[in-house]
Design a protein around this ligand. Structure first.
Ligand SMILES: CC(C)(COP(=O)(O)OP(=O)(O)OC[C@H]1O[C@@H](n2cnc3c(N)ncnc32)[C@H](O)[C@@H]1OP(=O)(O)O)[C@@H](O)C(=O)NCCC(=O)NCCS
Length: 152
């Protein structure tokens, strides 16, 4: 079966630069190189996947998370290139992460999302995530974040 369009594990040397490019394209506050290096060294790449939709070896979307305290999973980022959004790839990445979390018998998944990012909030709610609390002025532009949780 072709692996095109299926999530593959993030590999440091192969996927590093492309990962940063997708972050820059998708976020006002993209993950920085320093943060990416820190997260990979602390958590490893076990919950990091990239997706190559065209089969050209380039990252078209990714998800990154790590196992945190109390056997929970913390999602650091999820992004799909603009031209591929709304085609189910974000859901596929999230589903991949949820399935691995279940296999490892982890307890819950958490993430922060900008309260104005309605598409993302809708995506998370469709998977059963619920709002835990508002994190006031969480972002550099002082927007609030919603802390969301999925019990697994
Ligand atoms: C959020 C994001 C990762 C979703 O990925 P995606 O591939 O577009 O999502 P999907 O196609 O799987 O859509 C899943 C659901 O999300 C919502 N959604 C996604 N894109 C949407 C859009 N353009 N308009 C309305 N709803 C949308 C819908 O509920 C959709 O389900 P539906 O198609 O059954 O209505 C993607 O839009 C993205 O990269 N956004 C920019 C970065 C970002 O904001 N990341 C989240 C940070 S917390």
């Amino acid at each position: 079966m072709s692996e095109q369009g299926l999530p593959k594990k993030f590999i440091y040397k192969r996927d590093y630069l492309d990962f940063i490019l997708v972050e820059l394209a998708c976020f006002e506050e993209p993950m920085t190189r320093v943060l990416i290096d820190f997260l990979l060294s602390k958590y490893g790449n076990e919950f990091w996947w990239v997706i190559d939709i065209n089969g050209d070896g380039k990252n078209d979307g990714h998800i990154a998370a790590g196992v945190d305290k109390e056997n929970s999973v913390h999602i650091f980022t999820i992004a799909v290139k603009t031209e591929h959004q709304g085609q189910g790839y974000g859901s596929l990445l999230l589903q991949t992460l949820i399935e691995q979390s279940k296999r490892q018998k982890l307890r819950y998944i958490v993430l922060e999302v900008n309260e104005n990012n309605l598409n993302a909030v809708k995506l998370y709610r469709s998977f059963g995530f619920y709002s835990v609390k508002i994190l006031e002025h969480y972002y550099n532009n002082l927007d609030n974040a919603i802390l969301m949780k999925l019990d697994i």
